[in-house]
Ligand binder design. Structure first.
Ligand SMILES: Cc1ncc(COP(=O)(O)O)c(C=O)c1O
Length: 465
């Protein structure tokens, strides 16, 4: 390990953690007998734990975040310099990095125009929901309050974003939820039998899957629906790319019924799929784009809710009306470390050609994983875009019956034993937590990719024979 490492200090840390930290998304009973994992240090694609064990991180900080890798001096320097100059002022005023990052971001997003700063993906999504509700009141006589979200998609951990939660095990026990959030079916080709569309394929299937959104709109009443909120590629719901034909039809439907389109880029945003944004892979023209994780690769907390000028204009139409603007604030949306880090993060992606690397390494990884299908009957499907990939594990390829959730977790553990951290969908969708998840940093080399897929190969052999 690179840094100074004092074993005595670390046992103190572990005790403090066990006594006082409530970890995210994990059961704590096992920590009565085992130690939690403490990640001490990171460099490039690698991290080290409290025992000095080195891991190749194939999930960019656990949840597809550290897109440019660990230990980036230029980002750290930019954040430090900015904090010394001005750490914070509320976003009622502007800041130098806030203005410069907004300009640079909008250059990458033709058609979009305004950046609203917040500090988490959930919060950015809630901003969109609030804007849509306000527009419903001001422009549509209190109608068009309904927000459509898709089965298997995830938009955050707050109650409003859980109300738009398409993962029943994530939302279970946290209701009741906010009214006027309505679910539309998923569009997953591998499981199209669940949609009654098993007789269709390709673009025909894609259009038919989107038609099911229109059916929901017609059932609810188009005059009541204000927003359609979708992930460009569903992340924690199983790494699901929409089929061919889907997005064109979604656009037709949104135009026809005057429904705004919100693309949640919290995972795909800033390079993950090989373009700046996932929606740019599919020619989508959104009204809202939200982003968080990869915006500053985790070096500072920053999230953005980006709108078109047309949306922005609807909030500034009457200077004489004191209620005629978006009456909202995010305190930490005024932290300057976020946009300072985001500027340096984007510079790295440009200087090092990381979008191209992401595309090339993504293809290599996809091919490696597909090759494993010949050897491992348990792999039912391999899918994804760029360095954002999933491997669905099934007990039977013909029936597509998923393997038990604990078997996917065993594969993760076996990879961990070989020094490779991968992910698996967990406690999200009943009987569908069977997709291994991969999201290595965009700096991954061919050797890194091969090391990851070799570890998966070994782990599958160990768990399934
Ligand atoms: C697609 C998507 N949207 C929103 C969120 C919520 O982001 P945050 O945890 O920053 O609130 C997540 C988090 O995993 C996500 O995957």
């Amino acid at each position: 390990m690179d840094g100074n490492f004092n074993e005595n200090d670390l046992s103190k840390v572990i005790n403090a953690d066990k006594a006082n930290v409530w970890h995210h998304l994990i059961q704590h009973k096992p920590f009565e007998t085992n130690d939690p994992r403490i990640i001490v240090e990171g460099k490039g694609m690698r991290v080290w734990d409290q025992n000095g064990k080195e891991f190749l991180d194939a999930v960019s900080g656990g949840v597809w975040t550290v897109n440019v890798g660990y230990g980036r001096e230029s980002i750290c320097d930019a954040v430090r310099d900015q904090l010394m100059k001005l750490c914070y002022f509320a976003q009622t005023a502007g800041s130098i990095p806030g203005a410069l990052f907004a300009e640079k971001l909008i250059e990458k997003m033709p058609g979009m125009s305004r950046v609203y700063y917040t500090n988490s993906g959930s919060e950015a999504n809630e901003k969109v929901f609030k804007m849509v509700r306000q527009l419903a009141h001001r422009k549509h006589d209190g109608k068009k309050t309904k927000i459509l979200y898709r089965d298997r998609d995830y938009h955050g951990s707050t109650l409003a974003t859980m109300s738009a939660g398409g993962q029943d095990e994530r939302t279970a026990e946290y209701g009741p939820f906010a009214p006027d959030f309505v679910r539309v079916p998923h569009c997953m080709e591998y499981r199209k039998h669940e949609l009654g569309l098993e007789h269709l394929s390709g673009a025909e299937f894609g259009r038919a899957a989107a038609d099911q959104i229109e059916e929901v709109i017609l059932r609810e009443g188009p005059e009541t629906v204000g927003l359609l909120c979708l992930e460009p590629v569903t992340a924690g719901g199983g790494v699901i790319e929409a089929p061919e034909g889907y997005w064109e039809r979604v656009k037709e439907i949104c135009d026809k019924y005057e429904i705004l389109l919100h693309i949640d880029e919290v995972v795909c945003g800033v390079g993950r799929t090989g373009k700046w944004f996932g929606y740019q892979q599919y020619g989508i023209e959104p009204d809202f784009v939200t982003m968080a994780k990869g915006v500053a690769s985790g070096y500072a907390a920053i999230a953005c809710c980006v709108t078109t000028e047309a949306v922005f204009d609807m909030f500034k139409d009457d200077a004489a009306d004191p209620m005629s603007y978006f009456r909202d604030i995010s305190t930490f949306g005024g932290c300057t470390a976020g946009p300072a880090a985001a500027l340096a993060n984007m510079q790295i992606i440009e200087d090092e050609n990381l979008l191209d690397n992401c595309t090339a390494m993504g293809e290599r990884m996809l091919n490696n994983l597909r090759a494993l299908m010949d050897k491992h009957e348990v792999i039912g499907d391999v899918r994804g875009k760029g360095l954002f990939l999933g491997v669905e594990l099934v007990a039977d390829r013909a029936t597509k019956e998923p393997v038990a959730e604990k078997l996917g977790q065993q594969v993760v553990a076996e990879c961990g034993a070989q020094g490779v951290i991968i992910g698996v969908t967990n406690r999200s969708i009943p009987d569908r937590n069977n997709t291994l998840c991969f999201s290595p940093a965009l700096i991954a080399t061919a050797d890194d990719i091969d090391a990851i897929t070799n570890a998966v190969d070994n782990a599958l052999t160990k768990v399934f024979g």
